[in-house]
Design a protein around this ligand. Structure first.
Ligand code: DOR
Ligand code: ZN
Length: 351
């Protein structure tokens, strides 16, 4: 019999679902195998109001085939109704305390983008002036709302994340009770930063554990592997692998699955984002199995996030099997990572 592995309540702690037809295509692919996902707010326009958060959550649940339930967010047993919980985020701006108090029950976290650094981030932070940001960040600290950060400067593309480390230090040092998550880390510099501050955490994608810049641009240009932050050097990937495979307690899986229509990827201006949602768990199983670390996957893909955020997801049990799976060429008009290729693990069953 083929080797099997069961994961309990997988969580994707960083996910782009978009809206409209794209949302309808991609949301069910995540809600099928994940108990919950942290939903990014970089829509056009970005999600900056209570009404927008509630309406977007409703559209997500409807795309997954669920109805919105009254007060279903963070009910007494954790994440709420249904067997997939969208954990909603608000797009960071310098909000006043009253607004944050009013919206706190509707959101899981606030996502900060430096202005213009990636897809739909033009309305993000232009200057990291701590005194300007202080009222918002202190309110978040007091209300226990985590800050999720896209940590890149506008410097040379390979150095952007490492250059951002001083801003993480500024944030983590000035707001010691604020939970700060370095999203989709790609460098050894970020791995080294993780243990310097008690209030710093990180998410890691599956693609940054698998590829380096060589895979993106070392041979023929691979638009479907182009994302931000861009994949880095082998030594960076090694540093990421070490903490992910050993399920360092401050790291969580966050796919950063970021679908774009095929014509926006296969274009002269290629949109940034790798679409991995439907194959993320299969690839994680393959990677952890190849390194003899399958026993640590449960922590990386669920338990660490539960402890870090104090959440208790709805029950879901996903059994994977080491049997070849041919990745579809496309899901709707989105081309996934490893499109048309065969990967080693498949989803066997979801309970
Ligand atoms: O590659 C990326 N795609 N990185 C981001 O930060 C945003 C994302 C997107 O929204 O497409
Ligand atoms: Zn993202």
């Amino acid at each position: 019999m083929s080797k099997q592995h069961t994961l309990i309540m997988p969580l994707d702690m960083h996910l782009h679902l978009r809206d409209g037809v794209m949302l309808e295509t991609v949301a069910p692919l995540t809600s099928y195998t994940f108990s919950g996902a942290v939903i990014m707010p970089n829509l056009v326009p970005p999600v900056t109001s209570k009404e927008a958060v509630i309406a977007y959550k409703e559209r997500i649940l409807s795309a997954c085939g669920y109805e919105m339930q009254e007060n279903d967010f963070m009910d007494e047993d954790g994440l709420g109704g249904g067997d997939f919980e969208p954990l909603m985020t608000l797009f960071y701006q310098n909000y006043d305390e009253g607004f944050i108090e009013e919206i706190q029950d509707e959101i899981f976290a606030i996502k900060l983008y430096p202005a213009g650094i990636t897809t739909n981030s033009e309305g993000g932070v232009k200057s990291f002036d701590i005194e300007t940001m202080r009222p918002t960040l202190e309110a978040m600290e007091r209300l226990h709302i985590p800050l999720l950060v896209h940590g890149e400067t506008d410097g040379f593309v390979m150095d952007r994340e490492a250059e951002f480390m001083s801003i993480y230090e500024l944030l983590a040092g000035n707001f010691p009770d604020l939970k700060i998550v370095m999203e989709h880390i790609t460098t050894k510099a970020a791995v080294d930063m993780l243990d310097k501050y008690a209030n710093l955490y990180a998410t890691i994608t599956i693609h940054h554990l698998l590829i380096t810049l060589d895979d993106v641009a070392g041979g023929m240009m691979k638009p479907h592997l182009f994302c931000k932050p861009i994949a880095k050097r082998p030594e960076d990937r090694e540093a990421l692998l070490k903490i992910a495979l050993n399920a360092h307690p401050k790291v969580m899986f966050g796919s950063d699955s970021a679908p774009h229509p095929q014509d926006k990827k296969e274009a002269c201006g290629c949109a940034a984002g790798v679409f991995t949602a439907p194959i993320a768990l299969q690839l994680l199983c393959e990677l952890f199995d190849d390194h003899g670390k399958l026993n640590n996957l449960q922590s990386f893909v669920s338990d660490n996030a539960q402890s870090i955020y104090g959440i208790c997801p709805e029950f879901k049990e996903v059994t994977l099997v080491k049997e070849a799976f041919k990745v579809p060429e496309k899901y709707g008009n989105v081309v996934p990572m490893y499109s048309g290729e065969t990967i080693a693990w498949s989803i066997e069953d979801v309970l």
